[in-house]
Ligand binder design. Structure first.
Ligand code: ADP
Ligand code: MG
Length: 254
């Protein structure tokens, strides 16, 4: 393919960023990347390729939808990891402009796009406005206030058609927190994708069976089967607590 044709294909199809890096997107990854839905929740097994997916989306967005791309994770170390995947994808593309500036957490392109990795705290969102794309990795473990701070940022991107996008990706972490709430009760404002380890072509059944013995049932169901299982530390199961605090469920003890 000529470089112009490759460039054209890439502009039209975000999944082509994978090709540039010598990989092929799994069908579910391509589905996430090609979706035009402004709000996506990805509930995916450990090692399924969720961070890789959104890293390629960050590159596509910065190239073809100029503006601000913000990467969040529970801690700076983790969003910096995601940023590494972003810059690896970018560097693998043969015919893209040289970044104006690159650090370990930030890249700026000649078209004005900036990709910035931040820790997942409400305070760090303050200096930024109207992002084109927000990515929240390991979202179930980010603080409650982060989601509250991010939603209005997207709303300021004006019209329905031109609003910024948000993708939140995670393994589950108990029936609590904003990611769980949005997954379970967030209604149809989200497009949801659930990928267990069994759905991932790179994770073999033999390896999984071995891992199950190693990590135990609880962790296995959470990290590989994507179940919102109750935390081990929790004294009562979440359903019981919910029944006690939610009026509709009636009192816990008569
Ligand atoms: N479509 C793909 N083809 C080949 N390797 C992939 C693909 N998607 C992800 N990977 C690889 O799988 C591993 C796990 O991916 P990662 O995105 O870190 O998973 P997760 O964030 O879900 O734990 C990485 O080594 C990554 O390069
Ligand atoms: Mg990851």
């Amino acid at each position: 393919m000529s470089s112009l044709a490759a460039e054209f294909e890439r502009a039209l199809d975000p999944a082509a960023i994978f090709t540039g890096a010598g990989m092929a997107a799994d069908p579910w990854q391509a589905g996430v990347l090609r979706s035009s839905h402004p709000r996506q929740l990805l509930l995916c097994s450990r090692q399924s390729g969720k961070s890789t997916t959104v890293a390629s989306l960050a590159v596509h967005s910065a190239l073809y939808d100029p503006g601000l791309v913000l990467l969040f994770a529970p801690a700076q170390r983790q969003s910096t990891e995601l940023f590494k995947k972003v810059s690896a994808f970018y560097r693998a593309l043969p015919d893209v402009p040289t970044p104006v500036a690159v650090t370990e957490t930030k890249m700026e392109l000649p078209n004005g796009s900036r990709i910035i990795a931040l820790p997942g705290s409400e305070a760090t969102t303050r200096g930024y406005s109207a992002p084109r794309l927000i990515l929240v990795d390991e979202a179930s473990r980010t603080e409650e206030a982060l989601y509250g701070a991010l939603r209005p940022m997207l709303a300021t991107t004006s019209t329905q058609l031109d609003q910024g996008r948000m993708l939140c990706l995670s393994t589950p972490w108990g029936k609590r927190g904003w990611f769980y709430e949005q997954w379970a009760h967030g209604g149809d404002r989200w497009q949801r994708t659930k990928i267990t380890a069994h759905d991932c072509p790179r994770i073999s059944a033999e390896w999984l069976a071995e891992e199950r013995k190693l990590v135990g049932d609880f962790i296995f169901r959470q990290e590989y089967l994507c179940e919102f299982v109750d935390t081990e530390e929790q004294l009562f199961p979440t359903e019981l607590i919910e029944r006690a605090v939610r009026p509709a469920g009636g009192p816990l003890w008569q």
